[in-house]
Ligand binder design. Structure first.
Ligand SMILES: [Zn+2]
Length: 342
């Protein structure tokens, strides 16, 4: 009762009451996340028709080359503070890589102030895949093998998987680059995720070799849909995957993300899943975990596998409002000055 009176008096004196544990800058960042921008990014990434890792690199309108140049130019346009570069690797032919290929990640670094050497990575993969299968019946529980050569020519709009994650990363890069943070924040869009993580793996290996202090990787993959195949919708939950043990740094990061995110976006609950990733699946957080860095996968609670890795993974089958709220959650966690997990 006494608290209610106090709040009432505060409201009279100061107008809106800002709770003590809400940081004004973080709140501003969260409020600035724009659904309209996210919609524009999803539609633009869909317009490349495919972002298959082996698709055209010299076509100005279609294919992965045009897509990465567009992402690069967008990062450059946000702020002169962002250090933007292509991070490329020559990958040899191997299982799931049907020919030699240059894999190009697009990176935007926002240098920190007092703790420049400590880094937080916000990532998503921008490549897409239409899983054209080879003939034959797979073993029970296995997916059919991809005919990579045929997949290159197939339409792969990849809006849920994973323009949704890229839209989140780009929107946070745009907003956060208008501010300064103690730690360095690295925004990365990876290629080659669909070919067994051939973009993020060499990135993580190099980071370990250079003894980089990566204190958390927030990998956004499939955050676009809120209606699952059976029609069930859980649009107030996002899942976060982190590996055992209970005390692993990745699990600590997951707990931190839950607390910080729910503080600023209370309507969006975060479900901590005690696994590295979904059964039989993987993502770009895994190479970082393998190198000893704390890393998590952020993904929808209601995915629809029928639309993944097909020509129907379109803008129409996504929910920009859901992506916007997940982006706000991530922004709150990364911008919070405490970053109490490390
Ligand atoms: Zn994906």
């Amino acid at each position: 009762m006494r608290l209610a009176v106090l709040l009432f008096v505060q409201t009279l004196l100061f107008g809106q009451v800002v709770p003590k544990n809400i940081n004004a800058t973080v709140k501003k960042i969260v409020d600035e996340v724009s659904e309209q921008n996210i919609i524009a990014t999803l539609k633009k990434l869909e317009s490349f028709e495919t972002r298959n890792t082996f698709s055209a690199t010299d076509d100005p309108i279609h294919g992965i080359g045009a897509a990465r140049k567009w992402i690069y130019d967008q990062f450059r346009s946000y702020s002169p503070k962002l250090e933007v570069y292509y991070d490329s690797y020559k990958v040899k032919k191997q299982p799931r890589v049907f020919r030699d290929v240059e894999v190009v990640n697009v990176v935007a670094v926002l240098p920190g102030t007092t703790n420049k050497d400590r880094q937080v990575i916000v990532s998503a993969h921008y490549d897409s895949l239409n899983r054209v299968s080879k003939p034959g019946t797979p073993d029970p529980g296995e997916q059919p093998e991809v005919d990579e050569e045929k997949a290159v020519a197939a339409r792969a709009p990849g809006v849920t998987d994973n323009a949704s994650g890229v839209a989140a990363v780009m929107e946070l890069a745009r907003i956060m680059s208008q501010h300064q943070f103690e730690k360095t924040i690295v925004f990365v869009t990876f290629a080659g995720e669909e070919q067994a993580l051939i973009g993020s793996s060499p990135f993580a290996v190099k980071a370990e070799r250079e003894k980089r202090q990566i204190e958390g990787v927030l990998n956004n993959d499939i955050i676009g849909s809120e209606v699952s195949g059976n029609g069930r919708s859980d649009n107030n939950t996002v899942r976060i995957f982190s590996p055992d043990s209970r005390d692993s740094t990745s699990r600590e990061l997951a707990r931190y993300l839950k607390i910080a995110g729910e503080r600023y976006v209370p309507s969006m609950k975060l479900a901590i899943i005690f696994r590295e990733d979904r059964f039989g699946r993987g993502g770009d957080h895994m190479p970082f975990i393998a190198q000893g860095f704390p890393a998590v996968r952020i993904t929808t609670a209601s995915g629809n596998p029928a639309n993944q890795h097909t020509a129907t993974d379109t803008f129409a089958n996504n929910s920009p409002a859901y992506i916007t709220r997940v982006t706000k959650r991530n922004g709150a966690a990364v911008a919070s000055p405490a970053m109490i997990w490390c």
